[in-house]
Write a protein that binds this ligand. Structure first.
Ligand code: F6R
Length: 604
């Protein structure tokens, strides 16, 4: 995750870019840079390390100009260094970028074949070249920008400066956040409202797929089809700027939309897209004989998905236990075991107690946590981070998908370390995993189906969720989400278990939500659906386009993006979150603060 800022100002801009970057340092700080358009030229300054290095450079080599862009970097493509720092430039174009360009390798090859020269290892430089190439076709900057983005796949946000255009900054968001700020005769774009805090509190939250051109007259906004669009201006208080809801009605809705960015940021802690390698910093899984995952609630379902991955990819025997039960059954411990706690807060009392119990018995401990200063993070031998950012809604969404993303990366790393896959397979899996942020964004966008489905579920007293394989933990998670925020009784079952009891519950008043991508298990789950429909049950099938074409008659079908089974838990998490959210909204429930719950459960 990186921070980006762009200013079309009426006074010198470089120190203001730096002020803003200071507020964005939480998003990354391995290098920083700014560029300005002045005197018919583009000029930039970049420095490795913390922002103060850039500040010192700007004292030695000041920049003129009233229009500029800035960036604080969290390295994804290419090591932290000056040449990989942003802004990246090509010809008449300077770009700052947050996110991943998935197809940068073929695009780079295409551009090199045309004689273009690259100076960095970044995927960002490809965007600069693409825009520059379009500009040579004598089109206006906005058209060139939109045409270039049409070539790019991935989840990202960008800000762009064009040589000779001294009162123009272009921006776009596809999966990563970007906001516009309205000042007095000045305009701004940035990664969040906090970044614009020193300049304005009048904020426009861009919607998914939007692009924007800012100049002294204001902002021209275009939707994902490049059609002019208008977005409301909101006044955001300084105090709430970091954790504000933006255009969203609830934090949960915002956090569902944060997921492409959260997932991408988390993956960048484990995957190097240039070398296509996956690492598990601080841990060699070849030394681990057995993995014991301990966690509570949603985090334990992430752990269950992790178990499928660690066992199938890495051949590492893995058990998952609800932390509140773990130590009360006196578990048999293996000397070569690793106890891995999963926790958003890093403070959950039951999980912490299980961790300490293992530690006291000489077992190596690790924690996958979102709060990096938490007690768990401090007490374990190895801390694996998720980078979901602050999660405010009590019902976990982006923390969950970030946990699943990190576990998938760790399982790939473990598979390589344990000799189960070769470098080519590691690269293939890494590339698949890096598609997840974009596909999560697509799943969030494709929500035209939600209202009738949510209206049907909202009428129910009981709901069953079914899934097979890694979709079984998602069924549990779907049921938990629905229960906790809409207060409708729901249960998740392994699809094959239906006939061993729960099928007795099936009647026309009990919707059955079946999560079944078109994978090797689809046909089996389809038989379970038919059993339900034959008994008068109402099935809502969440699948992909191929699965939809084989859906049993009578099922209501929700189509999610097609994806590899490796990342299906990440992509299919979205529809189940959206269902729970919309049902709770329809029922008028307190979505972000459901009754009787707390965000961090620090009692046993
Ligand atoms: C449900 C939810 C909870 C938490 C659980 C563990 O939406 O958020 O089930 O997952 O209380 O919390 P952490 O992850 O902070 O240990």
């Amino acid at each position: 995750m990186c921070g980006i800022i762009g200013i079309v100002g009426s006074s010198p801009v470089s120190s203001r870019l730096v002020d803003s970057l200071r507020r964005l340092e939480y998003r990354g700080y391995d290098s920083a840079g700014v560029a300005v358009a002045a005197n018919g030229r583009l000029e930039r300054r970049r420095a490795e390390g913390k922002l103060r290095n850039l500040e010192a450079l700007l004292v030695e080599q000041p920049l003129p100009g009233t229009t500029g862009i800035g960036h604080t970097r969290w390295a994804t493509h290419g090591a932290p260094s000056v040449r990989n720092a942003h802004p990246q430039m090509a010809g008449r174009v300077a770009v700052v970028h947050n996110g991943i360009i998935e197809n940068f390798a073929p695009l780079k090859a295409e551009l090199i074949a045309e004689g273009r020269r690259f100076e960095s290892d970044t995927d960002t430089e490809v965007i600069a070249h693409l825009i520059d190439r379009e500009l040579s076709g004598d089109v206006d900057p906005l058209t060139a920008f939109q045409a270039a983005l049409g070539r790019v796949t991935g989840a990202y946000a960008v800000a762009v400066l064009i040589q000779g255009e001294e009162t123009l900054v272009l921006g776009a968001r596809r999966g990563s956040p970007l906001v516009v700020g309205e000042g007095q005769g000045e305009m701004f774009i940035g990664s969040d409202a906090l970044a614009l805090g020193p300049f304005t509190n009048r904020i426009v939250y861009l919607e998914e797929g939007d692009s924007v051109a800012i100049d002294h007259r204001g902002a021209r906004i275009f939707d994902r089809d490049n059609v002019a669009a208008s977005r409301p201006v909101r006044v955001v208080s300084a105090a709430s700027a970091l954790v504000e809801k933006g255009n969203y009605r609830h934090f949960m809705e915002k956090e569902i939309h944060d997921q492409p960015d959260a997932c991408q940021h988390t993956l960048s802690a484990y995957i190097d897209p240039i070398t296509a390698t996956v690492s598990s910093p601080g841990m060699d899984f070849a030394t681990v004989d057995r993995l014991m995952i301990v966690a509570c609630g949603t985090a334990s379902y992430a752990g269950m998905i992790g178990r499928y991955l660690f066992e199938s990819l890495a051949g590492l025997p893995t058990e998952v236990e609800i932390a509140s039960e773990f130590r009360y059954r006196d578990p048999a411990l293996y000397p070569g075991a690793l106890c891995l706690a999963i926790s958003q807060s890093g403070e959950t009392a039951d999980t912490l107690a299980a961790l300490r119990w293992c530690k006291a018995r000489g077992i190596t401990t690790a924690a996958l946590v979102n709060s990096h200063e938490s007690t768990m993070a401090r007490e374990v031998d190895v801390m694996f981070p998720t980078h979901a950012g602050p999660e405010i809604g009590v019902a976990s969404t982006k923390a969950f998908t970030s946990q699943v993303a990190a576990l998938t990366a760790l399982a790939i790393a473990a598979a390589r370390q344990r000799g189960r896959i070769d470098a080519a397979e590691e690269a293939r899996l890494a590339a698949l995993l890096l598609e997840a942020p974009r596909l999560i964004a697509d799943a969030i966008l494709d929500d035209g189906w939600i209202l009738p489905v949510a209206q049907e579920i909202a009428k129910a007293r009981d709901v069953l969720y079914l899934g097979r394989g890694a979709m079984f933990p998602l069924a549990l998670e779907g049921a938990l989400k629905l229960k906790e925020i809409s207060y409708i009784h729901a249960e998740g079952y392994a699809a094959g278990e239906l006939k061993h009891g729960p099928i007795a519950l099936v009647d026309e008043a009990t919707p059955i939500i079946v999560i079944a991508p078109s994978d090797a298990l689809y046909d089996k789950t389809s038989s379970n659906m038919s059993e339900v429909i034959a008994r008068g049950g109402r099935v809502v099938l969440i699948t992909d386009a191929k699965g939809a074409s084989h859906a049993p008659d009578g099922a209501t079908v929700v189509i999610a993006p097609a994806c590899d089974p490796l990342i299906a838990p990440l992509v299919f998490a979205v529809p189940i979150q959206v269902i729970a959210y919309q049902v709770a909204v329809l029922k008028g429930a307190d979505v972000d603060q459901p009754r009787n719950l707390a965000k961090s459960v620090t009692v046993e």
